[in-house]
Design a protein around this ligand. Structure first.
Ligand code: USQ
Length: 406
C-alpha cells in the first residue's frame, strides 16, 4: 500500500513509519516538525538524541534499502497544499497522528489552549475535507485516546466506542440505538479528540469516508524492533513535566535518583500499552478497514490497566527509589476504577506485551545511558488545570512541591 503518515516524525509516528516500511509499504511522512519546535519553546529535549527526519530516513535507507519520503507540510495551516498532495499522490491509506498530544501542554496558558484547539481540530477537519474533495478512497486511521471516555467509576466495562441504549418513544415503546459513548474529556487536549469523533461520524455518514479511530491508552517503552536496528533510528523519549507520560517518567526518575512524582494519592487508574504493541495495532487496523458507508470503526488500543501508585511501587521496588506523593496539578478524580474492553484487537491476533520487570529495566537502562542529557529542573509537572491549583503547586529547587493542596 501507499501510506501517508501525518505526524510521522513523532513518538508513535516514527516507529509506525519504520514498521510499515519494513512490512513493504510505500511510506510518505507528512509533518510540520512542530514537536521539535515545542521542545525548543519549552527548552527541553528528548532524553534520547534524535536525528533530523531527513537523517533518520537516510540511515533507514542505508540499513534496509527501503525509502521513506518526507514532505514538510502543515496539515492544520496549509489546506491547499494538503489537498494538492493527496490529489497528486493518491495514497491507499492515511494515518493521522498530526496533533498536539500532551494534556499538560494544552493546559499551560490561554495561548496553549488556543493553539491545541486550532491545530488539532483544523488538522482533522482539513484532512477529512481534502479526502472528500480529491475523491480518493483512502482508509483513514486516526490515533485517538482512551481519555475521550473519562475515567469515571460506574462499575461497567468501557465498550469500544459505542454504547447500546434504549430510547423510549412517544408511544411508550423502547427503540435500541448505538450512540458514541458519552464524551467526558479531562483536558483541552482530550476535548479536541472528543470533537474529532463528531467530525468522523459526520464524514463517514455524509461522504462514506472509511474511518478507523483508535482510542489509545498511555504508551510506555521506547524501542521497537525497527528503532533498535541502528543508534540513529532511536525513538524520542519525553521525560519533562509536559510531555513525559507517567510510567516513562517514573522510569527516568528512578534512573537519575529523583523521587517518583505521584500526583495526589496515585489512585488514578489508567490504561496502558507498550510502544511495540501500539505499532502492531495500527498495522492490524490498516488491514481491517471498514467498508464505505459503514460507521466509524472504533478500537480500544490498550492492553492493561494500572493504578498510578501501583506503578510507582513497582518501579520503587525494582530500583530502590523514593516515592513522593505531590499535590496534583490536574483536576481529576483522586481514585477511580477502570475496566476496558479490547476484544477487537485480541480477536485480530494481538498478543499483548505486558508490564514485566525485564522490559521495565530495559527502559531504565536507556534512561541511565542518556541520564547526562536530563535537566532535573524540567522533571516537575508545573502546568496546573486551574488558577487555584496553580497557586497550590510550588517547588523547591529540586522540583519537590512545598505546599499541600487544600
Ligand atoms: N501522573 C502522575 N505523575 C506524573 C505524571 C502523571 O501521577 O509525574 C498522573 C496524572 O495525574 C494522570 C496519570 O498519571 O492521572 C496519567 O498522566 P499521563 O501524563 O501519563 O497521561 P495523559 O495526560 O492522560 O496523556 C497521555 C498522552 C496522551 C494520550 C493519553 C492516553 O500524553 O497523548 O492520549 O495518555 S489516556 O490517558 O488513556 O487518555
Amino acid at each position: 500500500m501507499k501510506i501517508a503518515i501525518l505526524g510521522g516524525d513523532g513518538f508513535v509516528g516514527w516507529p509506525t513509519s519504520l514498521h510499515l516500511s519494513q512490512a513493504g509499504h510505500e511510506i510518505h511522512i507528512l509533518d510540520n516538525l512542530s514537536r521539535r519546535w515545542i521542545d525548543t519553546e519549552l527548552g527541553v529535549q528528548s532524553l534520547t538524541p534524535i536525528d533530523s527526519i531527513q537523517e533518520r530516513n537516510r540511515i533507514w535507507h542505508a540499513e534496509t534499502g527501503r525509502r521513506i519520503r518526507f514532505h514538510l507540510l502543515d496539515l492544520a495551516g496549509d489546506y491547499e497544499r494538503l489537498k494538492g498532495w493527496l490529489g497528486e499522490h493518491r495514497p491507499d491509506a492515511v494515518i493521522h497522528f498530526a496533533q498536539q498530544r500532551a494534556a499538560p501542554y494544552s493546559m499551560k496558558s490561554d495561548r496553549h489552549k488556543n493553539y491545541t484547539v486550532s491545530n488539532n481540530v483544523n488538522a482533522t477537519h482539513n484532512l477529512l475535507n481534502a479526502l472528500v474533495e480529491t475523491g480518493i478512497d483512502a482508509h483513514l486511521v486516526h490515533l485517538g485516546t482512551m481519555g475521550v471516555y473519562g475515567y469515571s467509576t460506574i462499575g461497567a466495562a468501557i465498550p469500544e466506542g459505542y454504547l447500546p441504549v434504549g430510547i423510549e418513544t412517544l408511544d411508550g415503546e423502547t427503540v435500541s440505538q448505538d450512540i458514541l459513548y458519552p464524551a467526558n474529556p479531562g483536558s483541552i487536549y482530550h476535548m479536541t479528540k472528543c470533537l474529532d469523533q463528531l467530525l468522523f461520524q459526520f464524514y463517514a455518514r455524509n461522504d462514506q469516508l472509511r474511518i478507523t479511530d483508535l482510542h489509545q491508552g498511555i504508551v510506555w517503552g521506547t524501542h521497537t524492533r525497527e528503532t533498535r536496528a541502528h543508534p540513529q533510528l532511536i525513538n524520542r523519549f519525553d521525560y519533562d513535566g509536559d510531555y513525559g507520560t507517567v510510567l516513562n517518567r517514573f522510569l527516568i526518575q528512578a534512573a537519575i535518583g529523583h523521587p517518583l512524582t505521584v500526583h495526589g494519592t496515585g489512585g488514578q487508574t489508567r490504561a496502558f500499552i507498550h510502544i511495540q504493541d501500539s505499532v502492531r495495532c495500527i498495522e492490524l487496523a490498516l488491514a481491517n478497514p471498514p467498508a464505505a458507508g459503514e460507521r466509524v470503526k472504533i478500537f480500544n488500543q490498550m492492553t492493561e490497566t494500572h493504578r498510578v501508585r501501583d506503578l510507582a511501587s513497582l518501579v520503587a521496588s525494582m530500583t530502590g527509589s523514593e516515592i513522593a506523593c505531590l499535590p496534583n496539578p490536574r483536576k481529576e478524580a483522586h481514585e477511580n476504577e477502570l475496566v476496558v474492553k479490547n476484544d477487537q484487537f485480541l480477536g485480530l491476533g494481538l498478543d499483548p506485551i505486558t508490564l514485566e520487570e525485564g522490559l521495565l529495566s530495559e527502559v531504565v537502562d536507556v534512561a541511565k545511558k542518556f541520564a547526562y542529557r536530563v535537566d532535573r529542573a524540567r522533571v516537575p509537572a508545573v502546568s496546573a488545570w486551574t488558577r487555584d491549583l496553580a497557586q497550590k503547586v510550588e517547588h523547591d529547587p529540586e522540583g519537590r512541591r512545598l505546599r499541600k493542596v487544600g
